[in-house]
Design a protein around this ligand. Structure first.
Ligand SMILES: NC(=O)c1ccc[n+]([C@@H]2O[C@H](COP(=O)([O-])OP(=O)(O)OC[C@H]3O[C@@H](n4cnc5c(N)ncnc54)[C@H](O)[C@@H]3O)[C@@H](O)[C@H]2O)c1
Length: 278
């Protein structure tokens, strides 16, 4: 009961890479809607000496998020919170992407912001994709940041989204803006919250994208990017570890691109050709 608790939503490769780095001597609570992913994560982490509890949950449901909060707080003080659950544009229809990636992630920050402990830290996995939207009107940003979570999906800019890529991009932009909004609330409890926007990171989710309708485009984009390769979950894990460590205490309400230079190249380098289609 007296161990610090690390909560991970999304038992995928990025989330697991993060918890492996920050959870020694702590109790890990992993939540995911896939029981198979939960079982695999539990076995792998326990075999590496970590203490783990799992909970099947659905990020798109406030009730389910509240159950996760209750479960996590029953294990001890919630010190570190990571949201790495999500669905990508090739995996789900528009409504589902918005419900999980935009609404669910916003509710997750809101609900964990009520229990995060003093000195704690949260990391939300957004995406480089949100940066591709470029500049949107300030009033739209303000609405995405400040609108009550239950009304978020009724905003006209959200209602007008007509394809899965835009649904994903707006959701990921919303994650970053909600992190800015939540930073003040989390600070009142002595905690920081930041987002990480990865580029293409080799995981099962990325594999679906590379095999999906946009696969050829993604492969070309990787080859032409400044890093000339995709990233690994461990590289995202290293960044998250820094943000959640004592060295990161002056960092909150911020977003960190880790994309091998892809976004920079999209605006000002060899990847400008993508502006025609993305
Ligand atoms: N891999 C990449 O290239 C990449 C790039 C940018 C951003 N991201 C983001 O990183 C995050 C993690 O992705 P990953 O690449 O580790 O993928 P992954 O598929 O390995 O993990 C995602 C996990 O989320 C879970 N999940 C999906 N919907 C859920 C829901 N409604 N409730 C509970 N769990 C749910 C899945 O079961 C899965 O275990 C996602 O938000 C994704 O958008 C990934």
């Amino acid at each position: 009961m007296n161990k610090e608790v690390v909560v991970l939503s999304g038992a995928g490769s990025i989330g697991i890479a993060i918890v492996r780095r920050i959870s020694t001597g702590k109790h890990i609570v992993i939540a995911d809607y896939s029981e198979k992913s939960l079982d695999n994560a539990k076995i792998t982490l326990e075999q590496a000496g970590f203490e783990v509890s799992t909970l099947k949950f659905d990020l798109s449901s406030r009730q389910s998020i509240k159950e996760l909060v209750e479960f996590a707080t029953s294990k001890g003080e919630v010190k570190y919170v990571i949201n790495a659950a999500g669905v990508s544009p090739s995996q789900a229809p528009i409504e589902k992407i918005l419900q999980v990636d935009m609404y669910g992630t916003a509710v997750f920050m809101e609900e964990f912001g009520k229990v995060i402990s003093n000195g704690g830290s949260g990391v939300i996995i957004s995406s480089q994709s949100g940066h591709r939207l470029g500049t949107i009107p300030q009033e739209d940003s303000d609405l995405l940041a400040t609108t009550d979570t239950e009304s978020l999906l009724n905003l006209p800019i959200v209602k007008n989204i007509a394809d899965t890529l835009k649904a994903y991009q707006y959701s990921k932009r919303c994650n970053v803006l909600k992190v800015m909004f939540e930073a003040t609330r989390w600070a009142k409890r002595g905690a920081t919250i930041n987002s990480i926007s990865p580029g293409i990171i080799i995981t099962p989710l990325a594999a679906d994208e590379l095999k999906g309708p946009r696969g050829a485009g993604y492969r070309k984009m990787i080859e032409a990017s400044p890093a000339m390769r995709a990233g690994t979950p461990d590289e995202v894990g290293d960044l998250a570890q820094f943000l959640m460590s004592d060295k990161g205490r002056f960092i909150t309400g911020a977003d960190f691109l880790i994309d091998g230079g892809t976004t920079a190249s999209y605006f000002y380098g060899d990847l400008q050709y993508l502006k025609q289609t993305h």
